[in-house]
Design a protein around this ligand. Structure first.
Ligand code: NAD
Length: 384
């Protein structure tokens, strides 16, 4: 029962409101490197390490918070330089999932797994079956899915050992059409805030990356009468949206400075940074990419320039909605409706930002923390 904290700042804020619980102990001098100190920093519930000698499987599962439900998050397969680096990554990513699920209005907690090793290996079955058995030991507290370095085929191996896995072949499928729909709804909410109307007809949208999410987003924007300026490092993908949606193409490095009302990053992280801020002309930044701000201060810089920024993990949350649909057997229509609610969530984020005089990315964290704290309270007040 906790309102987890994402930032150091919000961590101290959240802790100060929980008079019923002892304050986390500061690490003893010289113990900052200790694992429990690292868990205590953001109040992770559980971390599980597993090693399976015959396959060489080395996996870490981090469960950040299960107040709202089982911790869901993908498995990342990566050649980490050290076990410490892998642990830091899984702790960071699992905490992010708590926030993402909370603002998406899902009954899911935050978790993530990492497998340490070469993700190009062809010896996948023993590794992913070992991972499945590891997941099974947690009894449903953690549910996995695909992530960087893993595929639906790998999830089939996991499924042979545990039912706590989603993203299977023939199930919820490619999440990008639902993700793009959520992003589209989020852009409309931003337009309402920035321009006073949520109509995108006649607005110019610069889309960076026209892969899975970017392509479907362009389709929705084109249907509504928006003008598109697009870029991608893959010329074939650019050609397709130019031909199908009458988009104008520019070189990858030019996309930041084009005369557009809205900039929709759908490719890479870290694209709001010192260099791009110098040339950015859009009034709204709202797109599907993860980790758009190179650093938090770049979110402050957007705010200072009066640019409406849709926090990335709020606007791209429909990918998670899609796997939640698979987990709970929702019909596709229900998942799409839930994705559409991102419109209201974005409006609520900006309401909190206004009320509390904070940036939108901080307001998103606040919204997640408020929901988790409220549900924790309801659950303690109605113990059955
Ligand atoms: P994708 O790989 O299909 O598309 C990304 C596109 O960006 C590719 O076409 C690639 O060529 C292009 N690209 C790469 N570097 C570029 C550059 N420097 N300039 C311009 N274009 C560049 O991936 P996707 O599934 O569409 O995901 C896009 C983003 O959205 C990622 O950040 C992803 O993490 C995030 N996201 C995706 C989903 C989903 O449902 N697929 C859900 C949530 C978040």
């Amino acid at each position: 029962m906790k309102a987890p904290a994402k930032s150091r700042e919000s961590s101290s804020r959240a802790s100060s409101t929980r008079a019923d619980r002892p304050a986390p102990q500061a690490p003893l001098p010289g113990t900052e490197d200790e694992i429990f100190a690292q868990l205590a920093e953001y109040e992770h519930e559980q971390v599980s390490f597993s090693y399976e000698p015959s396959s060489g499987y080395r996996g870490i599962i981090a469960i950040h918070d299960t107040t709202l439900g089982p911790a869901l998050g993908g498995t990342r397969f990566w050649s980490y330089r050290s076990d410490r680096e892998a642990l830091t990554d899984v702790l960071r990513l699992s905490r992010g999932m708590t926030y993402k699920a909370a603002v998406a209005g899902l009954n899911l907690g935050g978790g993530k797994a990492v497998i340490i090793g070469d993700n190009k290996t062809t010896r996948r079955e023993p590794i992913f079956r070992a991972h499945g058995r590891h997941i099974q030991t947690l009894g449903g507290r953690y549910v996995t899915a695909e992530d960087v370095g893993t595929s639906p085929g790998d999830m089939e191996f996991v499924r042979a050992e545990t039912e706590h896995v989603v993203g299977l072949i023939g199930k919820s499928g490619d999440p990008s059409p639902v993700t793009a729909y959520g992003v589209y709804r989020g852009i409309k909410a931003c337009a309402k805030i920035g321009f006073g109307s949520d109509s995108l007809s006649g607005k110019t949208v610069a889309v960076q990356g026209v892969g899975h999410v970017g392509y479907h987003l362009c389709e929705l924007l084109h249907k509504e009468g928006a003008k598109l300026i697009v870029t991608d490092i893959d010329p074939a993908k650019v050609k397709r949206v130019v031909e199908e949606f009458r988009a104008q193409a520019v070189a990858p490095e030019e996309i930041y400075g084009v005369a557009a009302d809205i900039f929709a990053p759908c490719a890479l992280g870290g694209i709001i940074n010192d260099d791009t801020l110098k040339v950015l002309r859009a009034s709204i930044v709202a797109g599907g990419a993860n980790n758009q701000l190179a650093e938090e201060r770049h979110g402050d810089a957007l705010e200072a320039r009066g640019i409406v920024y849709a926090p990335d993990y709020v606007i791209n949350g429909a990918g998670l909605i899609n796997v939640n649909a698979e987990l709970n057997g929702w019909a596709p229509e229900r998942a799409r409706n839930k994705a559409g609610e991102i419109y209201d969530t974005i409006l609520r984020v900006f309401e909190i930002a206004r009320e509390e005089g904070i940036t939108s990315y901080k307001a998103a964290d606040r919204l997640a923390e408020q929901r988790i704290a409220a549900i924790a309270k309801v659950r303690t007040n109605f113990v059955v």
